[in-house]
Design a protein around this ligand. Sequence first.
Ligand SMILES: [Zn+2]
Ligand SMILES: [Zn+2]
Ligand SMILES: [Zn+2]
Ligand SMILES: [Zn+2]
Length: 346
Amino acid sequence: MLEVEDGSSCHFCAISASHAGPFHACLDCDSQSLHCTPCIVDFHSCSPLHRLKTWNGTYFEDGSLANAGLVLNLGHNMSTCREGGGKVHTHLVTMIDVNGLHNVRMSWCRCYGFGSLASEMFRLQWLPATLIRPGTAFTFRVMKLFQMLSHVARKSAWDFCTALLRITDNVQPDLLPEIYRSFIYLQRHWRVARGYKRAGQIRIKEVGMTPRLGLECVSCPWPNKNIPDNWKDDTDADLIYATFIAVDGNYRLSRNNKGGGEATDPSYVGDDGFYAPNEDYKEYCRIRGGADDEIADITCRGHKSGDATRYNNSPRKASSGLVCGICARSAAFFHHGTVDLAIGER
Ligand SMILES: [Zn+2]
Ligand SMILES: [Zn+2]
Ligand SMILES: [Zn+2]
Ligand SMILES: [Zn+2]
């Protein structure tokens, strides 16, 4: 370690007299050798989200590629500029990647016909927090990482943002910009956009389209997809090519009435996802409302689920529980296979 931290020369251009000044080590390149300022900027022209340590003569202090002079050029090639390169702006953006926060200085041309800064950032797979002159952006990498951490490791967005701040500065994380609010907002957009992308939708809420965001179970038998064409000829077809549906509910998973409900905070996904369309479900409840088996005595003695005294039917609750239909083989949730309950498990 001490050997690679020898701060006396640039490991790349040690013999070049044109390079001088402080030496830098990149924490995110796999080579830990030291470089002078022009070399480190040159190496990182396409990797602006690497962290630097800069040798100040006594110790390695935190540096950055923006301070070393790196400017990321976005947009068109200057030779195609319609204004002769006269409308080039530089802009400092706070970027959040899996290795912490970065300041990135970028230049982009605002001549007629060329894209906005936000659209140029999307091309780099960066997600800008605002569309007009974005000052903060997240990489697709960090969005993907958090989505996986929240599904698999059950991490909250707050913990994740705190970890990113502490990776950047573990001594005074409070002095760094606040990222939590924009992160949770963008993460919600990210998930919706990914859901529609997976469903093959280019535009969200395209007129005349009824996307299926809930994917089909891959282990269930689907004619013309994963079973023989003559599957009906099999004498045991009913047994072999069957989908086993398990239905279970949770009548404690209640949701309070908060704010103005759907009118003021409409769902991004609407009826395209796992919930059954509200109108269809209401109609079903209306038709089934007086059915004999609905009003009959509970015959399964000892089952707590149908016991009216146990469920919460308060008017403050938007729903008093939830019922899902899932594939009993592989626990895949069905498209339109989930409903809210109004009164217990009935
Ligand atoms: Zn690097
Ligand atoms: Zn050098
Ligand atoms: Zn231009
Ligand atoms: Zn299945």
